[in-house]
Design a protein around this ligand. Structure first.
Ligand code: C2O
Ligand code: CU
Length: 542
């Protein structure tokens, strides 16, 4: 493949939305940030130059980075932050990904303003598995906070309660016509009658899953998370933070203006942003613009059935050109509960019942270490992590029933799960009714995985596997575990490294809904972690 070079200059600059100006961290002064464009199998070098005020890391979400965890990016998992005033050149190795992915900061809440799309076109001599669209466009859904995002999460962790919700959602950085002071800069997509457009949609929102649609226009979903799907014809999509979707639509309505819109799917008791962002699909030609463009009909914020019915439609293309490889004989299996909890902060916070909100996997609330886990693993440094992340919850109860208060407190730890090279791994995620039950978009670094099935209630290991899709399950890197339900994924552990696994709702990740899978080396150099680069950002400020 070809080699590309990008310069990412991270620095603070002023942006104004909703009639309010703030200084925020961006890449190359743009929000959203620059698009990385490659073909399948290419390599990219990004020189990240941190001219901001604090240490930051950048992650290439959904790029598997074969044997190359050194440049994956999650803070204190595979590297320490790039100190302000220094640079770090990251090597991004594309392998089988094709479609759309994205990049984002992976330290504290900096990803709110530091993110952008990655477009991966078919390799030379190959084509899309659908008719070549006439044009394509990146659509990034984002969150706008009037306040400083770092201050918002710091305050939430100190006071123990929920962080402030965002003040707007955005389409390509703009809130749209339904918000104050915004209609002059609403995002517009100019289209010509009869043409077909490929939208590369990224959900970079911080804390809400999103419904998205275009008034009067049907959508055809053809890809997700850098892999192709069997085409799905829908009126709206449901996309979780972390996910990307490739969507076709044809400008086949009478020439006019139509709204595209995004609104939250948030079936939760926790506070969330319940506003709607809009953009305009504007046909070329001479006509009188409508006073109110037609609006897509999107499901209500708590329409769990609408969200799950959509997810149930996702199927891999599973063609000769794009074959699938679902593991059938499982050699490592894990059952992981996903909960929102509380931690006793010994009187130092004022959250629910005098405790701080927390979150956990198998009742372990992840503590981020101060030396990165990759370095500690590679150099065998003691006291950074322990290898005892459990394969099942510490005790069983009716996870999705009326759970009592004794289940709410997790233990703290930096516990990882070590997996042998080439194991066939199955993970059943079990949503629980501990704390506030809600959907959790779980994301795994270093891999895409097959989603075999999901359902409501407690997982039944006898009957639920009977419903698994082994023929054409979708291959993704992020998937919503249903509220009070279960979801099963599978993958072959053929990418050695240290790989973060976490909920992509940022507040849950901040509260500890994370763990790390360490996949051991195979027996040859070609199946082992690449040698440590000569320079990695230092873990102590000196
Ligand atoms: Cu998109 Cu660990 O992240
Ligand atoms: Cu979550």
């Amino acid at each position: 493949g070809a080699v590309h070079y990008y310069d990412f200059i991270l620095k603070e600059s002023n942006f104004t939305r909703l009639c309010s100006t703030k200084s925020m961290l961006t890449v190359n002064d743009s929000f959203p940030g620059p698009v990385i464009r490659v073909q399948k199998g290419d390599t990219v070098y990004v020189n990240v130059q941190n001219e901001g005020e604090y240490g930051v890391t950048i992650h290439w979400h959904g790029v598997k980075q074969p044997r190359n965890p050194w440049y994956d990016g999650p803070e204190n998992i595979t590297q320490c932050p790039i100190p302000a005033g220094t640079n770090f050149t990251q090597e991004i190795i594309f392998s089988d990904e094709e479609g759309t992915l994205w990049w984002h900061a992976h330290s504290d809440w900096s990803r709110a303003t530091v993110h952008g799309a990655i477009v991966i076109s078919p390799a030379n001599g190959t084509t899309y598995p659908f008719a070549q669209p006439d044009a394509e466009e990146v659509i990034v859904l984002g969150s706008w906070f009037t306040g400083d995002v770092m201050a918002i999460i710091d305050e939430a962790l100190t006071t123990g309660g929920d962080p402030n919700i965002s003040d707007a959602f955005t389409i390509n950085g703009q809130p749209g016509d339904l918000y104050n002071c915004s209609s002059d800069s609403t995002y517009r997509l100019l289209v010509e009658s009869g043409k077909t457009y490929l939208l590369r949609i990224v959900n970079a929102v911080m804390n809400e899953e999103m419904f998205f649609g275009i008034g009067e226009h049907n959508l055809t979903v053809v890809g997700m998370d850098g892999a192709y799907l069997k085409p799905i014809n829908v009126e709206y999509i449901m996309i979780t933070p972390g996910q990307t979707m490739d969507v076709l639509f044809t400008a086949n309505q009478s020439p006019s203006y139509y709204y595209m819109a995004g609104s939250p799917f948030a079936d939760t008791n926790a506070p969330f942003d319940n506003t709607t962002t809009t953009g305009i699909v504007q046909y070329s030609g001479n006509y009188t613009p409508p006073s109110s463009p037609s609006f897509p009909s999107l499901p209500a914020y708590n329409d769990k059935a609408a969200a799950e019915n959509y997810t149930a439609l996702l199927q891999s293309l599973a063609s000769n050109e794009h074959p699938i490889n679902v593991p059938l004989n499982i050699t490592t299996s894990m059952y992981i509960t996903v909960s929102v909890n509380q931690i006793d902060c010994n009187g130092s916070c004022a959250g629910p019942d005098g405790n701080r909100l927390a979150a956990s996997l198998n009742n372990i609330s992840f503590q981020t270490p101060t030396t990165d886990i990759l370095e500690a693993y590679y150099q065998t440094l003691p006291n950074v992590f322990t290898k005892d992340f459990p394969d099942e919850p510490p005790y069983y109860f009716n996870f999705t029933g009326d759970v009592g208060n004794n289940t709410i407190f997790p233990s703290l730890g930096t516990k990882v799960r070590v997996i042998d090279y080439n194991e066939a791994v199955e993970i059943v995620f079990q949503g629980t009714n501990v704390g506030a039950a809600e959907n959790h978009p779980m994301h795994l670094h270093g891999y895409s995985f097959y989603v075999l099935g999901f359902g409501s209630g407690n997982f039944n290991s006898t009957t639920d596997p009977l419903s698994y899709n082994l023929d054409d399950p979708p291959l993704v890197n992020t998937i919503g575990v249903p509220k009070n339900g279960w979801l099963t994924i599978r993958f072959i552990a053929d990418n050695p490294g240290v790989w973060f696994m976490h909920c992509h709702l940022e507040r849950h990740a901040s509260w500890g809904m994370n763990t790390v899978l360490i996949v051991k080396n195979g027996t040859t150099d070609a199946t082992s972690i690449r040698p440590r680069p000569g320079y990695m950002p230092p873990c102590s400020t000196s």
